[in-house]
Design a protein around this ligand. Structure first.
Ligand SMILES: NC(=O)C1=CN([C@@H]2O[C@H](COP(=O)(O)OP(=O)(O)OC[C@H]3O[C@@H](n4cnc5c(N)ncnc54)[C@H](OP(=O)(O)O)[C@@H]3O)[C@@H](O)[C@H]2O)C=CC1
Ligand SMILES: CC(C)(CO)C(=O)C(=O)O
Length: 310
């Protein structure tokens, strides 16, 4: 399979690297020091599920060099979705499947508006990772799930083929028949997790073991659920408990990728998490007192980082 990874960072480098190690033609689209390192030394994955060393990877910043792909793993941050979507046009053929992974609920539609909605299959990543240093991806827990599925819920050959290739490469693809529920379910939990860990600059462990912060964390999750329920009326209430269970099982010293972004001086995905909880709450008439505080408290730092001046 010919696979293009737009944004071969924490997630793209991880999933794309596994597929490359399994023999697929995988093109890593990246930039800056990470691209230079991949070109010079290849890619290394450090993972509790097994390390991988790929001394030679196909890496470029020029989608025209890549040409049409069978699959594009679209794995840039939310703030880069529009520019990256425009950039991948040379990689899109009539049958190219493009799978997303962004936290939040809007990336797949914003991408589809630029490349054509028929190419896009929304995805949800439950896979923690980071660029440890240029050319090196650190996968930080046993979780390596990429959940994706057609918007209409029907099975498709294109999703099945990608899932088979990913599973053979050693990661955990899940083809969902209700990807909207998956997207919203993650949004409900991730908006609380990202804002709580980023605002406090603390890992999940101390936040969930202190009863006062745990209460706030849980209530923020429940609040986001009520917004989700207004947008997607059949979103089951079990989403709250499922997300809390997920938080309780995460490693003690883990935090949201948004805190990594803060620590590296990178733009935050804040507007797509608590920001969207607040805006959607206003739209649907659902009160969001907790996310409003989390959002407002993080806003000055998020704006500074977005302007590149933190
Ligand atoms: N990391 C995690 O643990 C998880 C992340 N996610 C979601 O996945 C998405 C991706 O996150 P993550 O993998 O951490 O992101 P990373 O920043 O690690 O990787 C994205 C890479 O894409 C590069 N990039 C962006 N735009 C372009 C472009 N136009 N051309 C070439 N390269 C480009 C970035 O470069 P540069 O650094 O220069 O911007 C960066 O190297 C996010 O939306 C996040 O919410 C979901 C679950 C877990
Ligand atoms: C919590 C985690 C690491 C789980 O996949 C995540 O999705 C993120 O922080 O972006």
């Amino acid at each position: 399979m010919k696979i293009g990874v737009m944004g071969a960072g924490a997630l793209g480098g991880f999933f794309g690297g596994r597929l490359a190690a399994d023999g697929h033609e995988v093109w890593m689209i990246a930039r800056g020091a990470h691209l230079a390192a991949m070109k010079a030394q290849g890619l290394r994955i450090l993972s509790p599920k097994g390390d991988a060393v790929l001394p030679n990877v196909l890496a470029t910043d020029d989608p025209a060099e890549v040409g049409p792909c069978d699959v594009i793993l679209f794995m840039v941050k939310n703030g880069d979705v529009e520019t990256a979507a425009a950039a991948i046009r040379p990689m899109i053929g009539p049958d190219t499947l493009i799978v997303t992974c962004q936290n939040g609920i809007s990336a797949w539609e914003r991408l589809g508006a630029i490349v054509g909605p028929g190419h896009v299959v929304p995805g949800v990543a439950r896979t923690p990772g980071e660029i440890a240093e240029p050319g090196v991806i650190r996968h930080t827990a046993m979780l390596d799930r990429l959940i994706f599925g057609e918007v209409d819920g029907n099975p498709s050959d294109r999703c099945r083929r990608l899932a088979e290739a990913m599973a053979a490469s050693g990661t955990t693809p899940i083809v969902s028949d209700n990807i909207m529920h998956e997207l919203w379910s993650k949004f409900v939990g991730q908006s609380a997790l990202a804002s709580m860990t980023t605002l406090t600059r603390m890992d999940i462990g101390p936040l969930r073991e202190n009863p006062v912060s745990a209460r706030l964390f849980y209530d923020a999750t429940a609040e986001a659920y009520h917004v989700g329920r207004a947008a997607v009326p059949d979103l089951p209430e079990s989403v709250i408990a499922e997300n809390w269970d997920f938080v309780e099982k995460l490693p003690y010293d883990m935090h949201a990728s948004m805190l990594d972004d803060l620590n590296r001086g990178k733009p935050l995905e804040h507007e797509y998490l608590s920001g969207d909880v607040v805006r959607l709450g206003e739209k649907f008439g659902v009160p969001t007192p907790i996310h409003s505080v989390l959002y407002a408290a993080l806003k000055p730092m998020a704006d500074r980082l977005a302007a590149g001046s933190a």
